[in-house]
Design a protein around this ligand. Structure first.
Ligand code: ATP
Length: 292
């Protein structure tokens, strides 16, 4: 095998609470992740010359060692004493710095793809440990489906997957740095809303309406205070006909709505399409990475 093609799926957070500050400066989270069908294509090819080459047409994505996909390949290569040369082609569909874990998904696709392409034989668990060294969302992107994330989001417990639930994703084109959002966060342990239990129960029952009603993300507080236009978009999304509820994903700026059906999702898409930078209908996905 000379090349492998891997779909790298985006994620949304149906629930995100910050439960404490750690000594290393990071925060402990309680979050419910779900993979979505929206994905980047990552094509990995062996090449004779040593080294890792990343190609990506998106201007916001670095092509050097800052690229998470590059770092994933480098990490695996170093762990086995070198694997020779490879080229990683990234075709972006997931908006960049948008709270959808695009970079993490690319890294997960490379960990999975390189392991297969070079027959390295690492288990899923070991790949997830490598992933945690690259970024908090990488283990979930490898795991895929639905999961509860504790710690920095890397301690995962599988949850029941919602099958093919229609979603509408909007991004106003504001790139947000996750680190900056956490710095601005002034969280109080006493005001926490423990809605994760409800979200988990809704996932177990496949209760899409219940999920829509109980979506929660504490990071909306610092993000909406800096960018009120994102709050306006979210309100508009949640009041669309056929919307079960709306939320900002991760540290933003993408907001999504859980929709009753795909017709309603498409109707709302046509309402927003000319007003935002990125607007797409998608569905929940049972996988995070997928060889095609
Ligand atoms: P998260 O929710 O995990 O914080 P995000 O979806 O908000 O991630 P990304 O799309 O992963 O954000 O991009 C964050 C930053 O990472 C960007 O500013 C970009 O320059 C850098 N980056 C590095 N590698 C990649 C990659 N393969 N794809 C996209 N961005 C990348």
């Amino acid at each position: 095998m000379q090349k492998i093609k891997v779909r790298a799926h985006a994620k949304i957070n149906l629930y995100l609470d910050v439960v404490g500050k750690r000594e290393d400066g990071y925060h402990n989270l309680e979050t419910v992740f779900h993979s979505v069908e929206l994905h980047d294509d990552v094509i990995i090819r062996k090449q004779a010359a040593k080294g890792i080459i990343v190609s990506c047409e998106h201007p916001g994505v670095p092509r050097d060692s800052r690229n998470l996909a590059y770092r994933a390949a480098n990490l695996l290569s170093n762990s086995v004493g070198g694997i020779g040369g490879l080229v990683i082609e990234i075709h972006k569909r997931i908006p960049v710095a948008a709270g959808l874990a695009g970079g993490s998904a690319n890294a997960a696709a490379v960990l999975h793809g390189v392991n297969e392409l070079f027959g390295l034989g690492f288990t899923q668990e070991t790949l997830m440990q490598f992933g945690a060294q690259l970024g908090a969302d990488v283990p979930f992107c490898l795991h895929g489906g639905a999961a509860l994330g504790l710690g920095i989001g890397d301690q995962l417990t599988p949850l029941p997957v919602l099958p093919d639930v229609p979603l509408l994703l909007l991004n106003p084109g504001i790139e947000i740095s996750t680190g900056t959002v956490f710095k601005k966060l002034n969280f109080s342990l006493t005001t926490r809303e423990k809605r994760s239990i409800i979200i988990k129960a809704c996932l177990e029952k496949g209760d899409v309406i219940g999920i829509g009603k109980n979506l929660y993300n504490l990071l909306e507080v610092p993000v909406f205070s800096q960018y009120p236009e994102i709050a306006v978009l979210k309100t508009e999304l949640s009041t669309q006909t056929g919307s079960c509820g709306a939320l900002m994903s991760g540290s933003g700026a993408t907001v999504f709505a859980v929709m009753h059906n795909s017709e309603a999702a498409r109707r709302s898409e046509s309402h927003f399409i000319n007003r935002v930078n990125f607007c797409t209908t998608t569905v929940t996905s049972p996988v995070g990475v997928h060889v095609y």
